[in-house]
Design a protein around this ligand. Sequence first.
Ligand code: UD1
Length: 347
Amino acid sequence: MKKILAIIGARPQFIKHAPLEKELKKEFEIFSIHTGQHYDNEMSNVFFNELGINRPLYNLEVGSHSHGIQTGKMMIELEEIILKEKPDAVLVYGDTNSTLAGALVAAKMNVPVIHIEAGLRSFNKEMPEELNRIITDHISEILFVPTQKAVTNLENEGITKNVFLVGDVMCDILLWVVENVNFDTPENGFYYATIHRPYNTDNPDRLLSILTEFNKLGLKVVFSLHPRTRELLKKAGLKVNHFSNIEFIKPASYIENVKYLKQCSALLTDSGGMQKEAYILKKKCITLRSETEWEETLEGNWNSLVFNNLSEIGTKLKIIPDKHNSTIYGTGKASSEICNILCSLIK
Ligand code: UD1
């Protein structure tokens, strides 16, 4: 049996790995390395328990550092493990520092890199994720792409070999959970919010403006507090009880998160994955960014970008969305398709 080593380390990667690991273990020896980029119980452990993911074979426990130190520490450890384990391929997900570290080390050791969620672009190189994506795509040997737009992005950069449009693995798990978990969830008259991107959190004035705007909205805001945002609120001296219209909660588990999404009246976010999840669940989304990698969500006004003029949040929330394409991110079979393709390429 061929051996695939998956590199995971940040919250969305545990979610993406769950449906794919389930498929791959039927045909491959699949094991994972947790880089330790995310380490709090609710940012890591919770997902392994809830989604039934196998325990990683190694946990590098790298923790939080500047980009260079974090990526470098991961690379040093990963090189040793790849030398020892001799995998036939290394699998990386998305666009985090864990993705970049895994891809760089494997490619330099001539181990084929498989990139899941390849081809996405925000065209904003100030986002660390954009650099991680571009580099990872250019050194990957097999690229699994969620949307037609992503195929075009890769073509524009001259990447056409071994590019497979399979849909989105996050859609696989979302559809599975919606079908199999009994959600007793009528809409409940609140907005659900998650904000963690550095350009929204790291400048205290910006963070304060966002919270002030949320505090003025006509419905209560349930704000799931990413540790990055929690830290920055603390640093900026902003107390959660200053905002009477906002209920701050700790980061939700995957199933809790889907429940909040199903119950809310709309989502306020700067996350990539959640824009898609809101779209699939037919929830209006306001994205606090000036661009998105998931442009399909903008069609039919399901998603609206708001960045400089935060007072637009209220007006954009009132726009009623229309045309919806329920299969734009796939039909829940991306993982099995990826497994079939890998069987033909590396078995
Ligand atoms: C990372 C990814 C981002 C992804 C996000 C998902 C990069 C460059 N960014 O951003 O693409 O959308 O994960 O959540 O890889 N912290 C904790 N506990 C944890 C993890 C982090 O307290 O378990 C705090 C630390 O203060 C840390 C900060 O959060 O410095 C930022 O964590 P980091 O992993 O560097 O970036 P994220 O903002 O989580």
